[in-house]
Design a protein around this ligand. Structure first.
Ligand SMILES: [Zn+2]
Length: 364
């Protein structure tokens, strides 16, 4: 394929994936205009994080964005900046497992607002469409979960969590229920978290979770690439169970790459599987609320619709985390995963109870 043909091929998919009314989000000249208009807000946000040198940080970011040349009509600076970094981490993790894709991965901005990236494996190159939908989802949920964990440890310290402890922390901090409630309701109405609005939460844990979730999401797509190349195997599976088996395989690859990344970069949530678990539980909570409020049906093209039920996915990844951990460290990993799952259970119950309460109120 010539360079021009390749570009047209990518643009064709980008155009097809786009939701009506979102064109401006994938227009670099629009982004540059926004860059000029939003300097004050950006400076204010940067000042909170780095009061000493926030001005130079903002200038650096602006210069980088202004010099970015999109490869296709719809490529965006943000998607490229975020996911080319994630791709590097995933490639490095492949190296740690001594596995390598034979064909190059070509990154393009996804114009869909879906949670997961879209992989288009081929016999030539592998295309990976990743962008706004995935990083919005990971960004908001990593903020939400890190806020929850921070409040829990403020309330109870480092002691083992149980249901009453988590419940009492939620009672004392109503925003821990309100936040996932509004996020899931927004998702139910829009099938995405893109455009949910600003949400301030800055902590080391938030960054840890965010990167780990993104590495998992991209690592999962690498699983599909390995299958396409014939270097990944799912064994003898009846035809009608094939796509489920392929998804579980891709999850396993996603988690194992996440684990290697966590090992190298000291990211506990990635290493032990908690970030993968939280990613799945966030998707599940979004879907549960959507069902309860009778939100917009899942578009058939959505990557959520094509994946196996979350419970089975969570169980497999937790099992894998146990298997790959040395016996002396195993109780720490499985204990942490069980505690994380328990926190998710209590948050889920509280959110669903609020949805029901709201529906009763509406009906009455
Ligand atoms: Zn998949």
């Amino acid at each position: 394929m010539s360079e021009d043909d390749a570009k047209r091929y990518i643009e064709y998919f980008q155009k097809g994936m786009m939701t009506e009314g979102t064109e401006h989000r994938f227009d670099h000249s629009f982004a540059l205009k926004w860059l000029e208009q939003s300097r004050t807000i950006r400076e204010e946000m940067a000042r909170r994080e780095a009061p000493q040198h926030y001005k130079s940080l903002v200038r650096e970011f602006e210069a980088e964005m202004a010099s970015y040349v999109p490869k296709t009509k719809y490529d965006t600076f943000e998607a490229n900046a975020i996911f080319s970094g994630v791709l590097k981490l995933v490639d490095e993790a492949c190296g740690a497992w001594d596995v390598k894709l034979n064909r190059p991965v070509v990154l393009a901005a996804s114009t869909a607002l879906d949670i997961t990236p879209l992989a288009l494996p081929s016999s030539d190159v592998h295309h990976l469409f990743a962008g706004l939908g995935t990083y919005s989802f990971c960004n908001y949920w990593s903020k939400m979960w890190s806020e929850t964990f921070n409040c829990l440890s403020e309330a109870h310290g480092t002691v083992q969590m149980d249901r009453p402890k988590v419940r009492s922390a939620l009672m004392a901090n109503p925003h821990l229920v309100l936040l996932p409630l509004t996020m899931t309701l927004y998702y139910a109405a829009n099938s995405t978290l893109v455009g949910y609005g600003p949400l301030m939460q800055r902590s080391a844990l938030r960054m840890e979770l965010l990167t780990a979730m993104e590495v998992f999401a991209v690592g999962h797509e690498y699983g599909h690439f390995f299958l396409e190349e014939g270097t990944g195997h799912i064994g003898d599976v009846p035809e009608d169970e094939r796509s489920t088996a392929e998804e579980h395989f891709a999850d396993a690859i996603g988690y194992l790459l996440c684990r290697a990344y966590g090992n190298k970069h000291n990211n506990w949530s990635a290493f032990c599987g908690a970030a993968t678990l939280l990613f799945f539980r966030s998707v599940e909570l979004c879907e549960l609320v959507r069902e309860r409020v009778g939100g917009a049906p899942i578009p058939k093209t959505s990557t959520v619709a094509s994946h196996p039920p979350t419970k089975a996915r969570v169980k497999r990844v937790c099992d894998l985390a146990g298997i790959y951990t040395a016996p002396d460290q195993r109780p720490t990993v499985t204990g942490y995963l069980a505690e994380t799952a328990l926190i998710c259970d209590v948050v889920e119950e509280a959110v669903l109870a609020s949805v029901d309460e709201f529906k009763r109120h509406e009906a009455g």
